[in-house]
Unconditional design. Structure first.
Lengths: 276, 464, 293
């Protein structure tokens, strides 16, 4: 469609207005109310604060013995560790799966797809984690996040591998490289574009994950950022200003990612989804 | 967080949680009333003074101060106000060099589950606060907690409390504070303005509610956004049920009586279904805290709730606490109206903890009249203590004073959850449906019976 | 090189040993629990001891209304969220590949919510959906409309949550459609232009059929996402009022909370079977459609 002239302008104006009503109003609503005092915020309206109260943010940060800060550290650690493991194991898997076709690869392919669709079995997973003494541990939750994220990452790597010519591998054979060395020295660096996609997408997913920490990483000490927010809903349920301030605080990391990697995220998601 | 308000916010989900630490007043079983009254009548100064004066006055264990600081972990739900407990813990640290580290857990079902998991995986804190009664017994205390039956401090505990923490005649926990009631809180100012008097029968309650509604106020506050609050009319009716059907608790536990086919018990659900027209318009979006605000403001006049709410009100609106009264949920006839009582939380010691001796010392002080008096300096009581010799302070809440006649006259009974291990987990949702008129009382009494059956089967309870 | 040696090198180079790290993690923490769930769903289980009770848990699940309401709700939720994401995603996709000068802005705005925390979105929207104080009903009141109790009315609560899900998730559908549309060669449109087709013809004859692979991805992702949904409902209604917004995943969680681990696991198995029964044929059907074109 190639709109022209006034028709295009009208269309654009309508689109902007709609985008403001549907998307900006909720954002603005949360931001503005996070800066009000408790009484004003209780009105849940869009009016400008009578006095801008930045101290809400401080109060949220120090609430319950700096719960938000501690949970932020937990969430960051979980995210970083999970991503690191995820990248390495998924890249290796995607690489071999794309290069090989035999009777095994079909089965493995199926298992990978299954991982995308099948809901994880919750209580048995707890039981397994507990049996290997990883229930409620950082290692445990990291491995769970990896296990549940592998499928998506492998699919991305596999489809990206298709764009890397086999000649590169073959050159390595001639050089007599070991397979492990060959992969990490020659192939892995070439996967950089898709690696960064996996990093961005998976980190958003893991950082925002609520269900898995809820089941597999319980306990006040273990609080993650999403669990803390959830628990604050009952604790702050008459203080919308504080609740909204917490929402803003925890939305900052995804916002930063979004600003820097907007194009990358979109490109990566679509590449994975359309080809996958 | 500084925070009385946050600390006191109690948004319990699911099973009704007994808040410890807050309260004052109340014993339970009819048989024990004399004891309770005797204590309540004792001069309050005695215990007050004990708290204020030197520690040495009370206790010979004071000399048993640890050389090196012993740290005990205390697991408690994050919705109980811990001010009073902290005050006692500070005193314990001063005397015995036992430091208390609070290990906060969620309340409600989420917390129950966490406790069970922690026990099953051997990671329990030294001390834990948990609901007494059937919920406590569901933890299999004989398996996980230290038998306290012969500890000297258990001599102080009133008999009415013991059955709620005992298995096969052995007690596995001490009380954390006072009992409380499930009843109707009401705004006395508005009652006076409208010339209303405390209802003695269910019909009188409805008549009062009509008048309040006609005056343009919310007669019955509903706060179903916190769905646990919707259970209160059913739960607080139990003393009335028992007046009509004294064997219900046992028969219910043994799969011989059902809510749906015991008229007295079904009545509890029917009462709930009769309240919709009296409730605030946005009762489905109203939370517990908002409900308390309505009650204090007088925009809402009556609120079926546990009396721990008095402590929340006192924390947030200290100048309004005297406006709030308490009456028992009325029965259909005045002579059957009785108050439903909740026991305080249980404090127990983890069997495999490293500091069992220190933990015993901790409880020894905590569950003493002196410990209770220190608690009362930070958190006023709401009913009689279940510790012998611990008495109500003079400045007890108005509402608590109004509760006393039910104890003096023996018109009270413990809540069903203290008499039976069965409490269906879906009761909050089922009572929301009845209260909101989405389902009939009869249908959901049946649904609740099925829910109970499911629980009994899942937990492998005998006779199901 | 001889054939045998090629195969040998090939096997050495692309050794399945590379799959071991991923395979072990995946097996231990995903496949193994999934397999075991079939067994544990037939037990009464407290994580330590179990007792075999046959199909009792399944019978309970299907007979009790507080449990089986989840089936109906989950299907409705998945169909509604998936349907709306496809419709709005496609419309936005077409609009954002047209000559609009603000498409970069629009794409960013539409996409940003997908990166937000579901819990945060749920909290924000439940405050806006408050029946008396909420922004939405206040705005409607200005227009003289008495807004419903979005989350309190049992008949619409599920749809309200579904709408928020769409708000949050439509950006994902949109970018997939954009990619699909962009991959359609320009010549097709040019050919149609020569034949004198209008905008609707362009959509009907070219965009719609050729965007099928993208459409399949959106449908599969959104539908399965809908079936497994938990966070948003839990943050907004906890399954209430009553049981009216309970999804299978929230019911599984509630049984877990109640300590009914066997029953909870039975719910998991039912969800597993449900997803497989619906998703794999859907996948097949859709990929067949793709081929037919």
């Amino acid at each position: 469609m190639k709109l022209k002239g006034t028709k295009r302008i009208i269309f654009e104006v309508i689109a902007v207005i709609l985008s403001i009503v549907i998307f900006w109003v909720p954002f603005f609503f949360v931001i503005i109310n996070s800066l009000k005092n408790k009484t004003d915020a209780a009105l849940l309206d869009l009016s400008w604060p009578t006095a801008i109260q930045w101290s809400n943010y401080r109060e949220v940060l120090i609430a319950q013995d700096h719960m938000v800060v501690r949970s932020f550290i937990n969430s960051t650690l979980i995210t970083l560790l999970s991503i690191a493991v995820l990248i390495v194991v998924s890249a290796m898997t995607g690489y071999v799966l794309q290069r090989r076709t035999d009777r095994w690869s079909g089965i493995i392919q199926f298992l990978v797809m299954a991982g995308l669709m099948i809901p994880p079995a919750v209580v048995p997973t707890i039981w397994v984690l507990d049996s290997i003494h990883l229930f409620k541990t950082m290692t445990g939750i990291v491995l769970v996040e990896v296990a549940l994220g592998i499928s998506f990452a492998v699919l991305l790597y596999r489809s990206f591998m298709a764009t890397i010519p086999r000649e590169i591998d073959e050159a390595a054979i001639v050089d007599g490289c070991g397979s492990m060395r060959m992969f990490f020295q020659m192939v892995f660096p070439l996967l950089m574009p898709v690696t960064s996609t996996v990093v961005v997408l998976s980190s958003v997913g893991i950082y925002n994950d609520f269900v898995n920490p809820l089941y597999f990483f319980p306990g006040a000490k273990n609080a993650t950022i999403q669990l803390t927010l959830y628990n604050f809903t009952s604790m702050f349920n008459t203080s919308w200003n504080l609740l909204f301030a917490d929402i803003i605080l925890i939305s900052l990391p995804p916002l930063v990612l979004f600003i820097f990697f907007n194009k990358k995220i979109v490109a990566g998601m679509t590449a994975g989804a359309v080809k996958g | 967080m500084a925070q009385t308000k946050k600390k006191t916010i109690l948004a319990l989900t699911g099973a009704v949680l007994l808040t410890s630490a807050l309260t004052a007043c109340g014993s339970n079983n009819n048989g024990n009333n004399t004891a309770a009254n005797a204590n309540a009548n004792k001069s309050p100064e005695a215990s007050q003074n004990a708290a204020a004066e030197s520690p040495a006055a009370s206790n010979d264990t004071a000399s048993e101060r640890y050389e090196k600081t012993v740290t005990l972990k205390l697991m408690i739900d994050n919705q109980t106000s811990t001010e009073g407990i902290k005050a006692v813990a500070d005193e314990i640290e001063k005397r015995y060099n036992i430091k208390t580290e609070f290990d906060l857990r969620p309340g409600g079902d989420e917390g129950d589950n966490l406790v069970k998991t922690r026990l099953a995986t051997g990671e329990m804190s030294d001390l834990s606060f948990y609901n007494s009664g059937s919920l406590f017994k569901a933890l299999k205390p004989e398996k996980y907690f230290v038998d306290l039956t012969n500890e000297p401090f258990m001599q102080n505990v009133m008999d009415s409390f013991l059955p709620t923490v005992s298995v096969d005649g052995k007690a596995y926990a001490a009380p954390s504070g006072a009992s409380q009631a499930g009843a109707w809180l009401y705004n006395k100012k508005v009652y006076a303005e409208l010339g209303l008097s405390v209802p003695k029968t269910w019909d009188e309650l409805k008549a009062n509610s009509e008048k309040i509604k006609a005056a343009g106020k919310t007669a019955v506050i509903g706060s179903y956004k916190d769905s646990w609050t919707s259970q209160l009319i059913v739960l607080a009716d139990y003393a009335n049920v028992q007046a009509d059907a004294p064997a219900f608790a046992d028969d219910f536990t043994n799969n011989k009586a059902k809510f749906a086919d015991t008229p007295a018990a079904l009545r509890s659900f029917q009462k709930l279904s009769e309240m919709k027209d009296f409730m605030n318009k946005d009762y489905l979006a109203t939370t517990y805290d908002q409900a308390l605000k309505m009650l204090v403001d007088g925009t809402g006049v009556q609120y079926p709730m546990l009396t721990f709410a008095l402590s929340n009100i006192f924390a947030t609106y200290p100048d309004k606490i005297s406006d709030i009264g308490v009456f028992a949920q009325p029965a259909d006839s005045a002579d059957k109206t009785a108050l439903t009582v909740w026991m305080p939380a249980a404090i127990s010691i983890y069997k495999d903890g490293k500091n069992i001796e220190a933990a015993k010392k901790w409880i020894n002080f905590f569950a003493s009249p002196e410990g209770m008096a220190i608690q009362a300096t930070k958190a006023k009581p709401e009913g009689p203590y279940v510790i012998k010799g611990a008495t109500l302070p003079d400045d007890a809440y108005e509402g608590v004073k109004e509760m006393m006649p039910y104890f003096d006259n023996g018109n009270n009974a413990p809540a069903l959850e203290f008499l039976s291990p069965l409490k269906g987990p879906n009761l909050p949702q089922l009572t929301v449906e009845v209260g909101a008129g989405m389902k009939s009382a009869e249908d959901n009494a049946k649904a609740y019976d099925k829910d109970v059956e499911k629980q009994a089967k899942q937990l492998g309870i005998q006779g199901w | 090189m001889q054939k045998a040696s090629i195969t040998k090198t090939y096997k050495r180079l692309y050794t399945y040993k590379f799959l071991l790290p991923a395979g072990i993690i995946y097996f231990v923490l995903f496949l193994l629990p999934t397999i075991m769930s079939f067994f544990f769903s037939m037990t009464r289980w407290d994580l330590v001891d179990w007792e075999y009770i046959g199909f009792d848990n399944y019978k309970t699940f299907f007979s009790e209304s507080s449990l089986n309401i989840g089936f109906r709700n989950t299907i409705i939720y998945a169909v509604v969220t998936c349907g709306l994401k496809v419709v709005f995603g496609l419309l936005l996709g077409v609009a954002l590949t047209s000559g609009l000068r603000i498409k970069g802005y629009l794409r960013s705005v539409v996409f940003f919510p997908t990166l937000l925390s579901t819990i945060a979105v749920g909290i924000a929207f439940s405050s806006m959906m408050h029946p008396t104080q909420g922004l939405i009903n206040k705005a409607l009141a200005v227009a003289g409309i008495a807004g419903p109790d979005w989350l309190g009315n049992q008949n619409i609560a599920l749809l309200s949550v579904a709408l928020v899900d769409v708000w949050k998730g439509v950006g994902m559908a949109t970018v997939i459609f954009i990619a699909g549309i962009m991959s359609i060669p320009e010549e097709y449109y040019e050919a149609l232009q020569i034949d004198g087709g209008n905008a609707w013809d362009r959509f009907r004859h070219i965009t719609n059929p050729l965007v099928a692979p993208a459409m399949n991805s959106v449908i599969i992702l959104a539908f399965i996402g809908g079936l497994r949904s938990f966070d948003l409902v839990w943050a907004m209604t906890k399954g209430g009022p009553g049981f009216s917004t309970d999804l299978i995943a929230s019911i599984i969680y509630k049984q877990y909370q109640g300590g009914f681990y066997g029953l909870s696991t039975a719910g998991n198995v039912i969800l597993f079977i449900g997803v497989s029964l619906l998703a794999f044929p859907l996948l097949k059907l859709l990929s067949k459609r793709e081929v037919d074109l």
